[in-house]
Design a protein around this ligand. Structure first.
Ligand code: HEC
Ligand code: HEC
Length: 372
């Protein structure tokens, strides 16, 4: 086992003084959320350093607007399925700024984590991304680890059996992601060294579903599964998606058709079957893809238009109030609910959220299309 010991004299990448403030709910007062053990430690360390806060306010605003709906107000994770704990001390101590930055800019292929960089259709320029990295660093409670960059000695073939028994039910076939995070994204594997992977597998992420395997697997089994994950790495291609048009004036499907019979029967959500029946009956409605635009381009429900949940107000003049509007996302309904709430707040009443979202739609083989 070649885990470098945690050492306290390693400088924290790009950090000056600890820059955290008490974590307080947006409406004031400590939020009565369930906190897992490690978050308590974060909060305690926060109280002590209130004065040192430089200007993280813009990043806090960005985080609250773009990230909290999935990763939680304080980075605790799991508000949306699979959205990991960004404030986890072991994650932050192991992850380089480069890993954090690239994850934010490009997102993670085939997962609900969108690309948030401008070139990926997101709202964040370089300064915005750097601000979010600094905000995450301000949650860090332990110094960065030095996990080494040298390649491991494991054998991917032997890792297959370990992976099938111990990992696949959570991380999916070939690390594609399933109940929990993906492990095969080309951006992730470009930035996560073998040492990073080995540390995550050995230590797990206490307080999350990720077990520590140092007691159940021996050192060479861990090396083998790390080598297997490494064998999934693909070169990063530099291409970025062509982005959807902001002109959505033709969003209404089947103009002149009847309003959907079933949408008014339920309260907030409609099922994918109900939406499919409305398509089949050529009823008239609008479908909004509430994810960041890069995700829309990668594949969306047929006839849907791109209206990111954080930019709904930019599209109101193109969205009539007297037709039914359905919002969806892939997470499975964090972003779609945020978009629906923005519409309700703007005075719309005929709005429904697609329950279970895009993944179930695709699973059932219902029609999708891709492109801008
Ligand atoms: C019970 C579900 C579960 C099992 C089993 C599991 N994991 Fe995980 N794994 C997770 C979760 C959840 C996370 C993210 C935890 C967090 O929020 O930080 C994770 C994180 C990871 C990470 C870090 C990913 C990153 O982006 O930082 C690696 C690497 C990893 N797992 C590898 C494995 C391997 C290899 C196995 C099998 C030996 C395994 N996991 C078994 C749930 C699981
Ligand atoms: C729609 C839900 C959603 C939103 C919104 C979202 N994320 Fe994520 N994020 C995820 C999921 C799910 C993952 C795990 C991806 C995977 O399976 O690899 C993730 C992964 C990440 C990772 C990689 C973590 C690791 O262990 O490697 C970082 C960093 C991250 N998100 C930061 C952000 C930031 C910053 C924002 C806001 C700009 C944001 N996310 C917005 C769902 C979301």
């Amino acid at each position: 086992m070649r885990l470098d010991p945690p050492s306290s004299d390693v400088p924290r990448g790009g950090l000056e003084e600890p820059t955290v403030r008490p974590v307080v709910g947006r409406r004031g007062g400590m939020r009565a959320v369930h906190r897992i053990a490690w978050l308590g430690a974060v909060l305690v360390s926060c109280e002590a350093t209130e004065d040192a806060a430089p200007d993280l306010e813009p990043a806090r605003r960005d985080y609250a607007l773009y990230c909290a709906l999935c990763h939680g107000d304080e980075g605790q994770g799991y508000v949306a399925d699979g959205a990991n704990a960004l404030a986890h001390p072991d994650f932050l101590a192991a992850a380089s700024d480069q890993l954090l930055r690239r994850a934010i800019v490009r997102g993670r292929q085939g997962t609900p984590m969108s690309g948030w960089g401008l070139e990926w259709g997101g709202p964040l320029d370089d300064a915005g991304v750097a601000g979010l990295v600094a905000l995450m660093r301000s949650w860090q409670t332990r110094p960065n680890l030095s996990l080494g960059t040298e390649a491991g000695m494991g054998q991917p073939g032997l890792g297959e059996a370990v992976y099938a028994v111990h990992c696949e039910h959570c991380h999916g076939p070939r690390g594609a992601g399933s109940t929990y995070m993906s492990l095969a994204d080309p951006g992730f594997l470009a930035d996560a060294s073998d040492g990073y992977l080995r540390y995550a597998v050995a230590k797990g992420r206490a307080g999350t579903p990720m077990p520590a395997f140092e007691t159940t697997l021996n050192a060479s089994q861990i090396d083998d599964v790390v080598a297997l994950i490494r064998s999934w790495q693909r070169p990063l291609d530099g291409s970025t998606p062509a982005l959807p048009s902001m002109d959505i004036s033709d969003a209404l499907l089947n103009p002149g058709g009847l309003p959907p019979l079933e949408f008014g029967l339920s309260d907030r959500f409609i099922s994918v079957e109900q939406l499919k029946r409305a398509y089949d009956a050529a009823e008239s409605f609008i479908v909004i893809d509430a994810r960041a635009p890069g995700d829309y381009v990668g594949g969306h429900i047929q006839g849907a238009v791109s209206v990111p949940f954080y930019a709904v107000s930019d599209y109101l003049d193109q969205l009539p109030t007297d037709v039914w509007i359905v919002t969806y996302c892939g997470c499975p309904h964090a972003a779609s609910e945020a978009a629906a709430d923005a519409l309700f707040a703007a005075g719309y009443s005929q709005v429904r959220v697609l329950d279970e979202g895009l993944d179930l739609w695709i699973e059932l083989g219902y029609p999708t299309e891709a492109g801008p």
